[in-house]
Design a protein around this ligand. Structure first.
Ligand SMILES: Cc1cc2nc3c(=O)[nH]c(=O)nc-3n(C[C@H](O)[C@H](O)[C@H](O)COP(=O)(O)OP(=O)(O)OC[C@H]3O[C@@H](n4cnc5c(N)ncnc54)[C@H](O)[C@@H]3O)c2cc1C
Ligand code: FES
Length: 259
Protein backbone atom coordinates (compact mmCIF):
# COMPACT_ATOMS: atom_id res chain seq x y z
CA UNK A 1 0.00 0.00 0.00
CA UNK A 2 1.36 3.37 -0.99
CA UNK A 3 0.26 6.83 -1.98
CA UNK A 4 1.17 7.63 -5.54
CA UNK A 5 0.80 10.72 -7.67
CA UNK A 6 -0.40 9.33 -10.98
CA UNK A 7 -0.51 11.32 -14.19
CA UNK A 8 -3.31 10.83 -16.68
CA UNK A 9 -2.31 9.13 -19.91
CA UNK A 10 -5.72 8.75 -21.55
CA UNK A 11 -9.34 8.98 -20.49
CA UNK A 12 -11.96 7.72 -22.92
CA UNK A 13 -15.56 6.61 -23.13
CA UNK A 14 -15.68 2.87 -23.78
CA UNK A 15 -19.45 2.68 -24.17
CA UNK A 16 -22.61 3.88 -22.43
CA UNK A 17 -21.79 5.39 -19.03
CA UNK A 18 -18.42 3.65 -18.82
CA UNK A 19 -14.99 5.19 -19.19
CA UNK A 20 -11.46 3.87 -19.06
CA UNK A 21 -8.96 6.01 -17.18
CA UNK A 22 -5.35 5.14 -17.94
CA UNK A 23 -2.72 6.38 -15.49
CA UNK A 24 1.05 6.45 -15.30
CA UNK A 25 1.47 4.86 -11.87
CA UNK A 26 4.67 2.81 -11.90
CA UNK A 27 4.75 1.92 -8.21
CA UNK A 28 1.15 0.63 -8.18
CA UNK A 29 1.51 -1.10 -11.55
CA UNK A 30 4.67 -2.83 -10.38
CA UNK A 31 2.99 -4.76 -7.58
CA UNK A 32 -0.71 -4.99 -8.46
CA UNK A 33 -2.40 -8.37 -8.70
CA UNK A 34 -5.90 -9.09 -10.09
CA UNK A 35 -8.67 -8.30 -7.59
CA UNK A 36 -6.83 -5.46 -5.89
CA UNK A 37 -8.10 -1.91 -6.11
CA UNK A 38 -6.97 1.69 -5.90
CA UNK A 39 -8.52 4.35 -3.70
CA UNK A 40 -8.69 7.51 -5.75
CA UNK A 41 -9.05 11.09 -4.58
CA UNK A 42 -11.37 12.67 -7.13
CA UNK A 43 -10.05 16.10 -8.16
CA UNK A 44 -12.29 19.16 -8.06
CA UNK A 45 -14.88 17.41 -5.87
CA UNK A 46 -15.86 20.23 -3.55
CA UNK A 47 -16.85 19.36 0.00
CA UNK A 48 -15.85 15.69 -0.18
CA UNK A 49 -12.73 14.27 1.36
CA UNK A 50 -13.64 10.65 0.72
CA UNK A 51 -11.77 8.72 -1.91
CA UNK A 52 -13.53 6.29 -4.29
CA UNK A 53 -12.45 2.64 -4.75
CA UNK A 54 -11.91 1.16 -8.23
CA UNK A 55 -10.65 -2.27 -9.24
CA UNK A 56 -7.45 -2.40 -11.22
CA UNK A 57 -8.39 -3.32 -14.78
CA UNK A 58 -4.91 -3.42 -16.30
CA UNK A 59 -1.42 -3.07 -14.84
CA UNK A 60 1.74 -3.34 -16.90
CA UNK A 61 4.75 -1.36 -17.99
CA UNK A 62 4.25 1.30 -15.31
CA UNK A 63 0.67 1.98 -16.33
CA UNK A 64 -2.62 1.04 -14.67
CA UNK A 65 -6.14 1.54 -15.87
CA UNK A 66 -9.54 1.53 -14.27
CA UNK A 67 -12.91 1.03 -15.93
CA UNK A 68 -15.63 3.02 -14.22
CA UNK A 69 -19.33 3.76 -14.50
CA UNK A 70 -20.76 7.19 -13.67
CA UNK A 71 -23.29 6.60 -10.92
CA UNK A 72 -23.09 9.63 -8.59
CA UNK A 73 -21.27 12.76 -7.54
CA UNK A 74 -17.75 11.34 -7.43
CA UNK A 75 -17.80 9.44 -10.68
CA UNK A 76 -19.59 12.31 -12.43
CA UNK A 77 -16.79 14.64 -11.30
CA UNK A 78 -14.27 12.14 -12.68
CA UNK A 79 -15.63 12.72 -16.18
CA UNK A 80 -13.77 16.07 -16.20
CA UNK A 81 -10.38 14.45 -15.55
CA UNK A 82 -8.14 15.33 -18.45
CA UNK A 83 -4.67 14.75 -19.86
CA UNK A 84 -2.10 16.47 -17.68
CA UNK A 85 -4.06 16.02 -14.44
CA UNK A 86 -2.18 14.45 -11.57
CA UNK A 87 -4.30 12.17 -9.38
CA UNK A 88 -3.64 11.09 -5.81
CA UNK A 89 -4.26 7.39 -5.34
CA UNK A 90 -3.57 4.78 -2.69
CA UNK A 91 -2.87 1.32 -3.96
CA UNK A 92 -2.74 -1.44 -4.68
CA UNK A 93 -5.14 -2.25 -1.83
CA UNK A 94 -6.77 -5.45 -0.61
CA UNK A 95 -6.15 -9.09 -1.40
CA UNK A 96 -6.44 -10.33 -4.94
CA UNK A 97 -8.00 -13.46 -6.40
CA UNK A 98 -6.08 -16.73 -5.95
CA UNK A 99 -5.11 -17.43 -9.56
CA UNK A 100 -3.46 -20.85 -9.13
CA UNK A 101 -5.86 -23.49 -10.43
CA UNK A 102 -4.18 -26.88 -10.44
CA UNK A 103 -5.97 -27.89 -13.62
CA UNK A 104 -9.58 -27.04 -12.79
CA UNK A 105 -11.75 -25.08 -15.24
CA UNK A 106 -12.07 -21.41 -14.36
CA UNK A 107 -15.51 -19.86 -14.65
CA UNK A 108 -15.63 -16.08 -14.35
CA UNK A 109 -18.93 -14.34 -13.62
CA UNK A 110 -19.18 -10.58 -14.11
CA UNK A 111 -21.90 -8.02 -13.66
CA UNK A 112 -21.35 -4.57 -15.24
CA UNK A 113 -17.97 -3.11 -14.24
CA UNK A 114 -17.19 -6.42 -12.54
CA UNK A 115 -15.50 -7.37 -15.82
CA UNK A 116 -12.59 -5.08 -14.91
CA UNK A 117 -10.77 -7.21 -12.28
CA UNK A 118 -11.83 -10.41 -14.05
CA UNK A 119 -10.22 -9.29 -17.31
CA UNK A 120 -6.98 -8.66 -15.40
CA UNK A 121 -7.35 -12.09 -13.77
CA UNK A 122 -8.02 -13.81 -17.11
CA UNK A 123 -4.82 -12.30 -18.49
CA UNK A 124 -2.62 -13.96 -15.85
CA UNK A 125 -4.22 -17.41 -15.74
CA UNK A 126 -2.44 -20.38 -17.32
CA UNK A 127 -5.71 -22.03 -18.38
CA UNK A 128 -8.61 -20.59 -20.27
CA UNK A 129 -12.26 -21.10 -19.38
CA UNK A 130 -15.60 -19.38 -19.76
CA UNK A 131 -16.64 -15.88 -18.75
CA UNK A 132 -20.31 -15.13 -18.13
CA UNK A 133 -21.00 -11.41 -18.54
CA UNK A 134 -24.34 -9.99 -17.45
CA UNK A 135 -25.82 -6.51 -17.53
CA UNK A 136 -29.03 -4.56 -17.78
CA UNK A 137 -28.62 -3.96 -21.52
CA UNK A 138 -26.07 -4.01 -24.34
CA UNK A 139 -24.56 -0.76 -22.96
CA UNK A 140 -23.47 -2.64 -19.82
CA UNK A 141 -21.63 -5.43 -21.62
CA UNK A 142 -17.94 -4.59 -21.71
CA UNK A 143 -14.59 -6.18 -22.52
CA UNK A 144 -15.97 -8.98 -24.73
CA UNK A 145 -13.06 -8.48 -27.16
CA UNK A 146 -10.54 -8.61 -24.29
CA UNK A 147 -11.66 -12.08 -23.26
CA UNK A 148 -12.07 -13.44 -26.79
CA UNK A 149 -8.62 -12.28 -27.82
CA UNK A 150 -7.19 -14.12 -24.79
CA UNK A 151 -8.94 -17.33 -25.86
CA UNK A 152 -11.80 -17.31 -23.35
CA UNK A 153 -15.33 -18.44 -24.24
CA UNK A 154 -17.78 -15.60 -23.65
CA UNK A 155 -21.45 -16.04 -22.67
CA UNK A 156 -23.54 -12.85 -22.53
CA UNK A 157 -26.89 -12.23 -20.86
CA UNK A 158 -28.86 -8.99 -20.58
CA UNK A 159 -32.02 -8.16 -18.66
CA UNK A 160 -33.66 -6.69 -21.77
CA UNK A 161 -32.26 -9.17 -24.31
CA UNK A 162 -30.62 -6.37 -26.34
CA UNK A 163 -27.51 -8.53 -26.70
CA UNK A 164 -26.88 -12.17 -25.82
CA UNK A 165 -29.49 -14.24 -24.08
CA UNK A 166 -32.30 -12.51 -22.17
CA UNK A 167 -32.15 -13.18 -18.41
CA UNK A 168 -29.82 -13.10 -15.45
CA UNK A 169 -26.21 -14.13 -15.74
CA UNK A 170 -26.93 -17.10 -13.47
CA UNK A 171 -29.19 -18.52 -16.22
CA UNK A 172 -26.19 -19.10 -18.46
CA UNK A 173 -24.08 -20.26 -15.52
CA UNK A 174 -26.74 -22.80 -14.47
CA UNK A 175 -26.86 -24.20 -17.99
CA UNK A 176 -23.07 -24.62 -18.10
CA UNK A 177 -23.11 -26.39 -14.74
CA UNK A 178 -25.93 -28.70 -15.87
CA UNK A 179 -24.10 -29.51 -19.12
CA UNK A 180 -20.84 -30.30 -17.29
CA UNK A 181 -21.92 -32.44 -14.32
CA UNK A 182 -18.47 -34.00 -13.93
CA UNK A 183 -16.54 -30.72 -14.03
CA UNK A 184 -14.84 -29.28 -10.98
CA UNK A 185 -14.84 -25.58 -11.87
CA UNK A 186 -13.47 -22.81 -9.72
CA UNK A 187 -15.67 -19.73 -9.86
CA UNK A 188 -14.57 -16.09 -9.65
CA UNK A 189 -17.24 -13.42 -9.45
CA UNK A 190 -17.40 -9.64 -9.33
CA UNK A 191 -20.57 -7.60 -9.57
CA UNK A 192 -23.56 -6.45 -7.55
CA UNK A 193 -24.40 -8.08 -4.21
CA UNK A 194 -27.43 -9.99 -5.52
CA UNK A 195 -25.35 -11.59 -8.25
CA UNK A 196 -22.55 -12.50 -5.84
CA UNK A 197 -25.06 -14.05 -3.46
CA UNK A 198 -26.64 -16.13 -6.24
CA UNK A 199 -23.27 -17.32 -7.55
CA UNK A 200 -22.04 -18.10 -4.04
CA UNK A 201 -25.16 -20.11 -3.18
CA UNK A 202 -24.78 -22.24 -6.29
CA UNK A 203 -21.11 -22.87 -5.67
CA UNK A 204 -21.60 -23.83 -2.04
CA UNK A 205 -24.53 -26.15 -2.88
CA UNK A 206 -22.44 -27.92 -5.55
CA UNK A 207 -19.27 -27.88 -3.40
CA UNK A 208 -17.36 -25.84 -5.95
CA UNK A 209 -14.82 -23.28 -4.80
CA UNK A 210 -15.92 -19.72 -5.54
CA UNK A 211 -14.11 -16.45 -4.92
CA UNK A 212 -16.32 -13.39 -4.62
CA UNK A 213 -15.09 -9.80 -4.86
CA UNK A 214 -17.41 -7.96 -2.47
CA UNK A 215 -18.64 -4.50 -3.40
CA UNK A 216 -19.13 -2.37 -0.26
CA UNK A 217 -19.25 1.36 0.24
CA UNK A 218 -15.90 2.47 1.62
CA UNK A 219 -14.57 5.23 3.82
CA UNK A 220 -10.85 5.08 4.54
CA UNK A 221 -10.05 2.07 2.31
CA UNK A 222 -7.23 0.97 4.59
CA UNK A 223 -8.92 -0.79 7.49
CA UNK A 224 -9.35 2.05 9.98
CA UNK A 225 -13.00 3.18 9.83
CA UNK A 226 -15.05 -0.06 9.66
CA UNK A 227 -17.36 1.41 7.00
CA UNK A 228 -17.01 -1.65 4.80
CA UNK A 229 -17.56 -4.63 7.09
CA UNK A 230 -18.90 -8.00 5.97
CA UNK A 231 -19.86 -10.91 8.23
CA UNK A 232 -17.57 -13.88 7.60
CA UNK A 233 -17.69 -17.41 9.03
CA UNK A 234 -14.39 -18.80 10.28
CA UNK A 235 -13.16 -22.40 10.04
CA UNK A 236 -14.51 -23.15 13.54
CA UNK A 237 -17.98 -21.91 12.52
CA UNK A 238 -17.82 -18.68 14.51
CA UNK A 239 -18.79 -15.47 12.75
CA UNK A 240 -16.96 -12.16 12.83
CA UNK A 241 -16.96 -8.88 10.95
CA UNK A 242 -14.18 -8.50 8.39
CA UNK A 243 -13.14 -5.35 6.59
CA UNK A 244 -13.72 -5.68 2.85
CA UNK A 245 -10.99 -3.13 2.11
CA UNK A 246 -8.30 -4.83 4.15
CA UNK A 247 -9.34 -8.48 4.63
CA UNK A 248 -10.96 -8.63 1.15
CA UNK A 249 -12.35 -7.55 -1.20
CA UNK A 250 -12.06 -11.19 -2.32
CA UNK A 251 -13.59 -13.81 -0.01
CA UNK A 252 -14.26 -17.53 -0.27
CA UNK A 253 -18.02 -17.87 -0.95
CA UNK A 254 -18.25 -20.65 1.63
CA UNK A 255 -17.33 -18.15 4.37
CA UNK A 256 -19.64 -15.27 3.46
CA UNK A 257 -22.66 -14.82 5.74
CA UNK A 258 -25.44 -13.10 3.80
CA UNK A 259 -27.74 -10.77 5.75
C1 LIG B 1 -13.43 -2.96 -4.11
C2 LIG B 1 -14.28 -2.12 -5.02
C3 LIG B 1 -13.99 -2.06 -6.37
C4 LIG B 1 -14.77 -1.26 -7.21
N1 LIG B 1 -14.44 -1.24 -8.53
C5 LIG B 1 -15.15 -0.47 -9.37
C6 LIG B 1 -14.82 -0.42 -10.77
O1 LIG B 1 -13.89 -1.08 -11.22
N2 LIG B 1 -15.56 0.37 -11.57
C7 LIG B 1 -16.63 1.12 -11.08
O2 LIG B 1 -17.28 1.82 -11.85
N3 LIG B 1 -16.96 1.09 -9.78
C8 LIG B 1 -16.26 0.32 -8.91
N4 LIG B 1 -16.60 0.28 -7.59
C9 LIG B 1 -17.75 1.09 -7.13
C10 LIG B 1 -17.34 2.55 -7.03
O3 LIG B 1 -16.41 2.71 -5.99
C11 LIG B 1 -18.59 3.41 -6.76
O4 LIG B 1 -19.44 3.33 -7.88
C12 LIG B 1 -18.19 4.84 -6.55
O5 LIG B 1 -17.53 4.96 -5.32
C13 LIG B 1 -19.44 5.71 -6.53
O6 LIG B 1 -19.04 7.03 -6.21
P1 LIG B 1 -19.99 8.24 -6.56
O7 LIG B 1 -19.58 9.41 -5.71
O8 LIG B 1 -20.06 8.46 -8.03
O9 LIG B 1 -21.41 7.74 -6.16
P2 LIG B 1 -22.21 8.06 -4.85
O10 LIG B 1 -22.85 9.40 -5.04
O11 LIG B 1 -21.37 7.81 -3.64
O12 LIG B 1 -23.29 6.92 -4.98
C14 LIG B 1 -24.13 6.83 -6.15
C15 LIG B 1 -24.90 5.53 -6.08
O13 LIG B 1 -23.99 4.42 -6.14
C16 LIG B 1 -24.13 3.65 -4.96
N5 LIG B 1 -22.78 3.18 -4.58
C17 LIG B 1 -21.73 3.91 -4.15
N6 LIG B 1 -20.67 3.12 -3.87
C18 LIG B 1 -21.08 1.87 -4.14
C19 LIG B 1 -20.48 0.58 -4.04
N7 LIG B 1 -19.23 0.40 -3.61
N8 LIG B 1 -21.22 -0.48 -4.38
C20 LIG B 1 -22.47 -0.37 -4.79
N9 LIG B 1 -23.11 0.80 -4.92
C21 LIG B 1 -22.42 1.90 -4.59
C22 LIG B 1 -24.76 4.56 -3.94
O14 LIG B 1 -25.51 3.86 -2.98
C23 LIG B 1 -25.67 5.39 -4.80
O15 LIG B 1 -26.86 4.73 -5.09
C24 LIG B 1 -15.87 -0.52 -6.71
C25 LIG B 1 -16.17 -0.58 -5.35
C26 LIG B 1 -15.41 -1.37 -4.52
C27 LIG B 1 -15.73 -1.46 -3.06
S1 FES C 1 -13.21 1.45 4.31
FE1 FES C 1 -12.48 1.97 6.31
S2 FES C 1 -12.20 0.00 7.22
FE2 FES C 1 -12.76 -0.47 5.16
Amino acid sequence: MQIEKATVKTHEVVGGDYRELVLNAPRTAGSAVPGQFVHLRVPRLDGSVLRRPFSIYRARDGVISILYKTVGRGTEAMVAIGGGDTLDLIGPLGNGFPAELAGETPLLVAGGYGVAPLSFLASVMDVRGTIFIGGASARDILCVGDFESMGWTVRITTDDGSVGEQGLVTLALDRWLAEHPEAKPVLYACGPDGMLHAVGQRAVAAEHTAWLSMDKHMGCGVGACLACVQRIRGEDGSESWKRVCRDGPVFDAATVVWE
